[in-house]
Write a protein of this length. Sequence first.
Length: 213
Amino acid sequence: MRLGRKCRVVDCRETAGLGLGGGLAQRGTLAEAAEPDLVVLSMGPSPRHITKPVCEITYGLREAGFNVSVLVLKAGIGPPEELMDQVVGAAYSSLSPEEEQQIRRHKLALIHVGNVPRHFIPKVKVFLRNVEIPAIVVSQAPVTLQDFAAEGIRTREFEPEVPETKGVVVEVITGVIRGQTCPQEKLDEIVGKVRYWMERVKGGQARMGSGEG
């Protein structure tokens, strides 16, 4: 019996990066697939964000046949700068012009966030403000597309009265706990949603239909 395998070429990080990470995906680094289809955004090298469950999600997506890049943001930990008056002594998150260009090279984005909607929903708005790309949000907290639209983020089902982003949230997957192993059923859900939306993006229909995988 023959065991089949597929090779995926990934250009792993031009520099070693900074901060924690144990030699793995560190802050300000991009592991870019040879064919940049899907980019996974990770907030940063902290126990809550790296390496679990982002690495497990990335591995599962590559195993399913997707060309996956991983962008670990330079400033992804903490609330966005516009909320700094509400949080004392915290770092703030932002997206550099270089990171925006790196995201634009891809067809679909998967954004892994956390468990505090009042922090991560504005962060998603910052990440999609200037980048026209469909995005799937993976979170720990239970949120809906309507929650994102209420903050001015364009979504598949709900259009804000005053849209503040070029990017569109097309799907939300909840119940993925930061720093913990990603359950197989959640990996299956992520793979199914990514497959569905990747097919629609390539077919020019990124904002149409439901995300059932």
